[in-house]
Design a protein. Structure first.
Length: 439
């Protein structure tokens, strides 16, 4: 059993902290935001993440998981300190690592014996060396620590499962002692034979970006193929199926849609492309994926405009789904945002519904009407556009929905509706790369 301190209680820090305590370690999750810590102490979880509340409760009840805003003391008590603070995008598209370096300085001034300092935040390649320098700056010359890069691969909405059942664990460590400490932290995963990769620090940092950028590239690729399918009468659903059955390709992340969003892919692709350009090795493929994603988002607006015969003016549009993907209330970089913005700019009235993200979107678009269910959102609408693939939209009763609408027009940007059912219900529809009505 190790004493672990996790600094930063965002979705990465909180899921990792709770997950590590579930592995049997003593974990203190700390944050400088005192109100957040006060809520966590009361058992309130600040984010919507499947399974997190019960994971936290179980480990708090077992006295393995505590919360504190006393960062310094929590560092002193720890064998391993995880840095899991935010690295937002700056104006030039780079990741801003100032919070990480500030934490590193605090760690340096609190060192009181050998510790492993481990970064989980997604940080530009080379940040590890800067963190070591920042720790050295504030620590005494006799400070003993090793540095590790241990990137996370947690999907929002499935983060708890991804933490407890990862495909692999990546540990970037120059010291064998630090690697052995990390092996102890992840001990239960060893028992389950999860692959654990020991690399140097820069390699671990690179793996994280290379994975996210590759997945973003895969999505942009299938989106472009879907667009091409539309012009030549091919069905992207079957194309993706045919591609995915090739073991070298895999069927995952081959679902076309309105473009990727979220707090990671847009930020990480930009950061990786900027870093590579600065290093003199531009990543043309990733730049292509980023550009294609912007084009894809606009294309959804164009599709809806075409279905509406050229104009949104004075039309009522129901937007179904606001989060960047299902199982989360996160709307950061959600494709629903540019869609709603265009509709409002072009003088449509927007009625929106999302099972969990209405309140978040309200803060961006106070003039949108937010409804509590699909039926009220589509009532009297001139068109409906599905922006998020929530399961409850898959099972919608199409004839009931269209009977409530003023005109039966649906843009399905997630390809979740059955085109035969749409045809038999007389819907005028479009999607991404599949059969559509000739509106
Ligand atoms: C992503 C990665 O999947 C995680 O491994 C990584 O740890 C995380 O970023 C991170 O860096 O923290 P996440 O942003 O939660 O996780 O979301 P994803 O499930 O990867 O989806 C990203 C976007 O791609 C969503 O907008 C989703 O709708 C879209 N997408 C995904 C598609 O359009 N098509 C697909 O086939 C798959």
């Amino acid at each position: 059993m190790k004493n672990i301190t996790v600094i930063g209680t965002g979705y990465v820090g909180l899921v990792s902290g709770a997950g590590i305590s579930d592995f049997g370690h003593q974990v203190s999750c700390v944050d400088i935001d005192e109100s957040k810590i006060a809520s966590l102490k009361k058992g309130e979880i600040p984010i919507y993440e499947q399974g997190l509340e019960s994971l936290v409760k179980r480990n708090v009840d077992a006295n393995r998981l505590t919360f504190s805003s006393d960062v310094s003391n929590a560092i002193k008590d720890a064998d391993v300190v995880f840095i899991a603070v935010g690295t937002p995008q700056d104006d030039e598209g780079n990741a801003d690592i100032s919070a990480v370096l500030k934490v590193a300085e605090t760690i340096g001034s609190s060192l009181n014996g050998y510790k492993v300092i481990c970064t989980k935040s997604t940080v530009p390649i080379g940040t590890g060396r800067k963190v070591i320098e920042a720790i050295n700056k504030t620590s005494g010359p006799s400070a003993q620590f090793d540095y590790v890069s241990n990137p996370e691969f947690l999907r929002e909405g499935a983060a708890v499962r991804d933490f407890t059942h990862p495909d692999r664990v990546v540990i970037g460590a120059d010291s064998q002692k630090a690697f052995d400490f990390m092996k102890d932290v992840y001990h239960p995963l060893y028992v389950n034979e999860t692959p654990v990769l020991h690399t140097n620090i820069e390699t671990a940092e690179m793996i994280k970006y290379a994975c996210n950028a590759f997945l973003a590239l895969k999505i942009s690729y299938i989106n472009e193929i879907a667009n091409f399918c539309e012009e030549v009468g091919a069905d992207v659903f079957n194309v993706a199926q045919g591609m995915g059955l090739d073991g070298r390709i895999s069927p995952k992340f081959l679902h076309p849609g309105p473009g990727y969003g979220g707090s990671c892919f847009p930020k990480d692709t930009n950061a990786l492309a900027s870093q590579a350009e600065a290093a003199g090795v531009p990543l043309q493929t990733i730049r292509g994926a980023i550009d294609a994603n912007g084009i894809q988002q606009n294309r959804m607006v164009q599709k809806l405009r075409r279905l509406m015969e050229g104009s949104f003016e004075n039309k009522i549009i129901a937007v179904l789904g606001l989060s960047f993907k299902p199982q989360t209330d996160d709307i950061r970089e959600s494709p629903a945002i540019p869609m709603i913005r265009s509709l409002l700019e072009e003088k449509a009235s927007v009625k929106a519904f999302d099972p969990v993200s209405n309140d978040n979107m309200k803060s961006i678009f106070p003039n949108v009407e937010f409804l509590q269910d699909v039926n009220s959102a589509v009532a009297d609408a001139d068109a409906a556009v599905i922006m998020t693939d929530w399961n409850e939209f898959r099972g919608m009763d199409i004839s009931r929905i269209t009977s409530l609408m003023k005109t039966p027009i649906i843009l399905d940007t997630r390809n979740i509706l059955n085109t035969d059912e749409l045809d038999s219900s007389g819907v005028i529809y479009d999607n991404v790369g599949r059969k559509k009505t000739n509106a």
